[in-house]
Design a protein around this ligand. Structure first.
Ligand code: SF4
Length: 395
């Protein structure tokens, strides 16, 4: 058991979901355009969809009868063909520092998690995009358990819908609590692109959660064509799980690199920055003892992102202490090595953050979740805790 788990308390899970209405449409599956198209089929104008969208996402309503400014005829139509359904909650953990972690049942023996991380100036929700992951990064326990399935748009949105309104109810607040979303839970978001983008649009929509593009982060292991598509479709903040400074090493740690090597990935990052409102890429780098943590590796990173000639990449680095698990065959770098590595980057003018662990806690660049349902709850909380106590190295 980790120190983090010792500090958490399991509380009764809020009532997120009751019986799923058969053969009706879950309105959490739609962005506003999708909901407008759905309403159009019911003979309703777009402004009705906007009203409905607000009720669902801004007010957390799921009972159509409570939507008092909708005509009774529309409410009756909706009751016959639609519902608003969150995911069944398997468990909820509340840590001493206010972090809240929910484990959701997505059927078929699969579970995903969302984690809320409160900080002084923000409230961040870490959201999952897939049950399992097909990328298979060596240092990631989610990768070791394999891929089950993509989440739907509604299952991605449901994590935010439930967390926001459960927290408001608990804290007795009516104003927004979640100010940031990071797609860093279980899964590779860009391998579930068609479900991801409408979910991002719900997060950004002023009639729903109204988050700014800078406050929604997609974390990817480097699916280059989808980075380019995201730049066109919905250029939110981008984090890239880099973890190695050269192709032979990255091929070994992040198998997707064999398809999209570092040069192509960095070129995609620069193309992305032409569209992104945020003016840097966040590179996640899991520190692995004797594998990728030597000072020569740091120098190689500097040469990649700040080359003597050429533009390089506007970026910052997050150095992440690794939490060993037996199947990985990898060990955590020493604190001294992490700090020396970070100092070299920082001295080169690269903003660098080191995440500090507690007890056996670890971090995960995007979804380092273990193989059984209980263990799947760990990674994002660790990420959250490490973030809150991150040590920023001054450049
Ligand atoms: S680190 Fe991210 S992309 Fe890699 S296996 Fe884990 S969840 Fe998948």
């Amino acid at each position: 058991m980790t120190t983090t788990e010792t500090a958490t308390a399991v509380v009764a899970a809020p009532a997120a979901a009751t019986a799923t209405p058969a053969k009706t449409t879950n309105l959490l599956e739609f962005d506003l355009d999708g909901l407008a198209a759905f309403c159009e089929k019911l003979g309703e104008k777009r402004f009705r969809a906007t009203q409905l969208f607000r009720w669902i996402h801004q007010r957390g309503a799921r009972d159509f009868d409570a939507m008092s400014d909708l005509a009774k005829a529309l409410r009756d139509k909706l009751k016959g063909c639609a519902h608003v359904q969150a995911l069944p909650v398997i468990s909820e953990h509340v840590s001493a520092d206010g972090t809240v972690k929910w484990l959701f049942d997505v059927g078929g023996g699969n579970a995903v998690e969302a984690v809320f991380i409160p900080e002084d100036d923000r409230g961040t929700l870490c959201v999952s995009s897939q049950a399992g992951c097909a990328v298979g990064c060596r240092f990631c326990s989610t990768g070791h358990q394999g891929f089950s399935r993509n989440l739907t748009t509604g299952e991605i949105v449901a994590q935010l819908w439930f967390a926001e309104h459960a927290l408001r109810a608990r804290l007795g607040k009516t104003e927004r609590i979640i100010s940031n979303v990071v797609m860093m839970g279980m899964g590779e978001p860009l391998q579930n692109y068609s479900a991801l983008v409408p979910a991002l649009r719900v997060m950004l929509d002023d009639h729903a959660y109204g988050l700014s593009r800078r406050r929604v982060t997609v974390s990817t292991s480097g699916v280059v064509p989808m980075i380019d598509r995201l730049a066109q479709d919905c250029p939110v903040a981008l984090a890239v799980s880099l973890h190695a400074p050269n192709d032979p090493l990255r091929d070994n740690l992040v198998p997707l690199n064999r398809k999209y090597p570092i040069e192509e990935l960095l070129a995609a990052c620069n193309r992305y920055l032409e569209h992104a409102p945020r003016d840097f890429i966040t590179f996640e780098y899991c520190m692995l003892d004797g594998v990728n943590d030597q000072l020569e590796h740091a120098q190689q990173l500097i040469d990649l992102v700040k080359p003597a000639r050429g533009a390089g990449v506007r970026c910052k680095f997050n150095l992440i202490p690794f939490n060993p698990f037996p199947a990985s065959g990898l060990l955590r770098s020493s604190q001294a090595q992490v700090l020396a590595f970070g100092k070299l980057l920082s001295d080169a003018g690269i903003v660098t953050t080191v995440r500090k662990t507690r007890g056996d806690d670890i971090d995960a660049a995007c979804g380092q979740l273990a193989g059984d349902v209980k263990d799947r709850t760990k990674a994002a909380e660790r990420m959250a805790k490490q973030r809150t106590i991150a040590l920023k190295l001054v450049t």
